[in-house]
Design a protein. Structure first.
Length: 345
């Protein structure tokens, strides 16, 4: 390449050259949970590169192969086990998008992903559960009734938890979408309540219609009204709908870590806290499985499809794209017994 050609080459722009406002705007394009996971994955990769003398940007294909191999063999501090195949795939995606954000050509990841494929195959042959992607257990109606039955709905915490379960199910929300709702977002209608939910994957609002239930104990409208009334009794008529409540029934108690306040000052639940609530209730109800916030969303999709509802209406109620592959997987799971091709052979 001649000196003139070198001068004509575009200059790479790294994220460190962007203003803090621009970096924040760039990061906002992803869901909070994805940003947090990517941030941890990238930090781990940069640390590994520094310790082993590899260049992280741009990363050579051999570097990514070595790093993926390292992840398949190195126990994680939290679990004492190596990363799962899905976690390694996510780490490779985090590294790849880090290049794009730094205006550096994306690295070749084919070799590294072959390492992940071989790792998954090895785990599967060893009957290791890590070979499977861990999915949240679907909260089908029977499970939802069991969870509601263990709540003390005379307490504020019980009212909050019932509303959280029933609205999360009826609107098929992700945890982050559910906890983002404010009291003012609930719009009373003759038929029930309408809730504008900001769907993070679609980057748009959907107005989810929440109708009255035929059974008062499982009616999301009644549960929401009970929660709003109880919050008003505590002097909270604005602000977040789902808030922290301690074992003494105090709303939004201050939280400290090493002498410093943490958590949302308004008391708004985090997405992780909402998932923890669901996990705790499922455990109290004696339910087996992996229970998290996504259990409500999956349960809605599975049950509504089994009930014969229109696929497009299901997708739009829950903020899925009309051709969502994730939604179709839920349909298949709900249909594997009802429409089993082995039946009658």
């Amino acid at each position: 390449m001649t000196e003139i050609q070198r001068r004509q080459q575009p200059t790479a722009v790294t994220t460190t050259e962007l203003s803090p406002e621009a970096r924040e705007a760039l990061a906002a394009g992803r869901a909070d949970s994805t940003r947090r996971a990517y941030r941890e994955d990238r930090a781990a990769f940069l640390t590994w590169c520094a310790e082993h003398g590899h260049t992280p940007l741009p990363a050579a294909p051999q570097t990514l192969i070595e790093y993926a191999t390292h992840l398949t063999r190195t126990p994680r501090p939290r679990t004492g086990r190596p990363s799962s195949p899905s976690s390694i795939s996510r780490a490779l995606s985090a590294i790849s998008t880090m290049h794009a954000e730094a205006n550096v050509p994306k690295p070749e990841t084919k070799g590294a992903r072959l390492v992940v494929t071989g790792y998954r195959d090895r785990l599967a042959k060893a009957k290791d559960p890590a070979a499977r992607s861990r999915q949240a257990t679907a909260a089908v109606p029977s499970a939802l009734r069991q969870m509601l039955a263990v709540l003390d709905r005379d307490t504020l915490a019980g009212k909050r938890d019932a509303a959280l379960l029933l609205l999360g199910y009826a609107a098929a929300t992700r945890s982050s979408e559910l906890v983002a709702l404010d009291i003012a977002d609930l719009v009373e209608k003759d038929e029930g309540i309408e809730v504008p939910v900001y769907r993070q994957k679609l980057k748009q609002f959907t107005d989810s219609a929440i109708p009255y239930g035929t059974n008062p104990s499982t009616c999301p409208v009644r549960a929401l009204r009970a929660l709003v009334t109880a919050l008003a009794d505590e002097g909270r008529t604005t602000g977040p709908l789902f808030v922290r409540i301690d074992r003494h029934g105090r709303v939004a108690p201050p939280m400290m870590r090493r002498g410093k306040p943490i958590g949302d000052p308004s008391g708004r639940l985090t997405a992780d806290a909402a998932s923890d609530v669901i996990e705790r209730i499922a455990d109290a109800a004696g339910l087996q499985g992996h229970w998290r916030g996504h259990s409500l969303r999956r349960g809605f999709a599975t049950a509504s499809f089994k009930a014969g509802h229109n696929m497009v209406r299901i997708a739009r109620q829950g903020g899925w794209a009309d051709n969502s592959t994730a939604l179709h997987r839920y349909f298949e799971e709900g249909d594997k017994w009802e429409d089993n091709p082995v039946a009658g052979l």
